[in-house]
Design a protein around this ligand. Structure first.
Ligand SMILES: Nc1ncnc2c1ncn2[C@@H]1O[C@H](COP(=O)(O)OP(=O)(O)OP(=O)(O)O)[C@@H](O)[C@H]1O
Ligand SMILES: [Mg+2]
Length: 473
């Protein structure tokens, strides 16, 4: 096993061969380039851990190549090689981001120390980058839930974490799609690298293209220098493409190319760039519709849809509400004023429909932690659009129901859903369903009768159309 890979850049042939032989003898994979121009494609193809860089090169100087490496291959260690008398240039190189330096002539042991020092420094830099990223994006990778469907999502997420297969995460706004994406990334062996997030709906087509794929200097009038795209920054990590359905056909084609061949072209580039970024994509609208109407490429859809995770809306897993309330109380606790939500508020939360899902709930809890005014909190809840719809359907506004009654209602709803799912799975074989549910056949019949659930689907219960199960297929 080689200790790592090293690229030697030196225009002086004898020096280059000498250093190359030394590095090889130390047990590294080594390649060599005689100029900056020859080094760049090499760096683009497969970046080494460390570059040994002679500062005096013809045409493009060592310092210029160093700048290029820092912009385009940020994780690569650079050891600058200089001769006595070049100390000013060495200082300049260190301030521009070189990891280490060596003064010629040097001995084998010094060379090895310099290479190892550079690797270590880049590893630490990367670690700092990751930690900073985690701090910036909150440590909230915990997924709180006791819901069966959510637990299944978590199971699949952990099973597929280590594979490189793309994952498509579906769900309404605020349900926790990003939480699921972070979970996958956090469980994968890419976790020490970045999870780079891009919202495909937030940028116009051209900007999104340069954001994702980068550009080369001169590609268009504003392009004064090379810029790496998010796909390069996510190399060996993951890329989260939010609202994937909003991508234009041109970008869909480029994305398909990345998924198929692991490469793409920067704007204005004549050669492709390789990337090993794991793709996680989210959408809050079913992509099937977009495919049917020709807005989304079918081949891309099939590529993305290999692993498909559906995050159910909060109103379909109300039993999670108290758990989430507790988690958010802890998350938004203010030092010095420990606070929990009054039971009246939690029961109102249980009855609410949460069109904004978990994010809306989190905001409501956070607001109460800052301003503990029950009246204001209930009033705020009343302003949310779906509460009126829920009331019109006969769901009593939460405050009038006791917490206990609500909990029972939630439990019953969950029970009914499970039974309906098992019935659908067994194609309405009631005996088999009862066995699978570990209840007696008679109990099952009684429950079906009480809920008036029939094979054609249940009679809509008084508390709303969302509990209506799909017809078994
Ligand atoms: N199961 C959960 N446990 C703990 N926190 C959660 C859970 N689900 C969502 N959250 C929190 O709710 C907020 C919204 O979640 P997230 O950003 O993942 O939703 P989303 O589906 O990506 O939303 P959008 O559609 O707007 O992109 C975040 O602060 C997240 O931490
Ligand atoms: Mg999101």
């Amino acid at each position: 096993m080689p200790k790592g890979s090293v690229l030697v850049v030196d225009d002086d042939e004898s020096a280059r061969e000498y250093v190359t032989a030394l590095v090889e003898a130390l047990g590294y994979d080594v390649s060599a380039a005689a100029s900056a121009e020859a080094a760049m494609p090499e760096l683009g193809r497969s970046p080494p851990e460390v570059v040994l860089l002679d500062l005096v090169l013809p045409r493009m100087s060592g310092l210029e190549l160093l700048d290029w490496i820092r912009r385009n291959a940020p994780g690569v260690g650079v050891v600058v090689l200089s001769t006595v008398g070049e100390i000013k240039t060495v200082v300049e190189a260190m301030s521009r981001g070189a990891s280490n330096y060596l003064t010629k002539p040097f001995r084998e042991a010094e060379l090895e120390l310099a290479i190892r020092g550079a690797t270590e420094k880049e590893r630490l830099r990367e670690e700092v980058r990751v930690l900073r990223h985690r701090l910036d994006h909150g440590e909230a990778t915990d997924m709180v839930s006791s819901d069966e469907r959510m637990l299944r999502v978590r199971d699949i997420a952990s099973q597929v974490a280590d594979s490189d297969a793309p994952v498509l995460i579906l769900g309404e706004t605020g349900v926790g799609k990003e939480v699921v994406a972070r979970l996958i990334h956090g469980l994968s062996d890419r976790r020490d690298r970045a999870l780079v997030k891009v919202n495909c709906a937030a940028l116009p087509h051209d900007l999104l293209e340069s954001e994702l794929f980068g550009y080369e200097k001169g590609a268009f009038s504003g392009a004064v220098r090379d810029k790496p795209g998010k796909f390069e920054l996510a190399n060996r990590g993951s890329i989260l493409l939010d609202e994937i359905g909003e991508m234009s056909p041109h970008l869909q084609a480029k994305l398909l190319h990345v998924l198929q061949d692991g490469e793409f072209s920067r704007l204005g580039a004549s050669r492709p760039t390789r990337t090993d970024a794991r793709v996680l994509a989210t959408t809050n609208r079913p992509l099937e519709q977009a495919v049917a109407s020709g807005l989304f490429r079918e081949d891309l859809y099939f590529r993305l849809n290999v692993v498909r995770l559906e995050v159910p809306p909060l109103r379909e897993r109300r039993a999670d509400i108290p758990l989430l309330v507790r988690a958010f109380e802890a998350r938004h606790q203010r030092p010095g004023t420990p606070r929990t939500l009054p039971p009246e508020l939690t029961s109102a939360f249980l009855a609410h429909d949460w069109p904004g899902n978990v994010r809306e709930l989190e905001n409501a809890v956070r607001r109460y932690m800052i301003l503990p005014d029950l009246g204001a909190a209930l009033e705020e809840l009343g302003r949310s659009p779906r509460t009126e719809a829920a009331a019109a359907r006969g769901a009593a506004p939460g405050v009038e129901l006791s917490l206990k009654a609500l909990a029972a209602k939630v439990a019953e709803e969950a029970e009914r859903k499970t039974i309906q799912r098992v019935l659908a799975e067994t194609r309405w074989n009631r005996r088999q369903a009862a066995r699978q549910l570990k209840i007696s056949y008679k109990t099952l019949l009684n429950k079906l009768k009480r809920w008036r659930v029939e094979e054609s689907g249940p009679v809509p219960p008084a508390d709303g159309p969302e509990t209506r199960a799909k017809r078994p297929v």
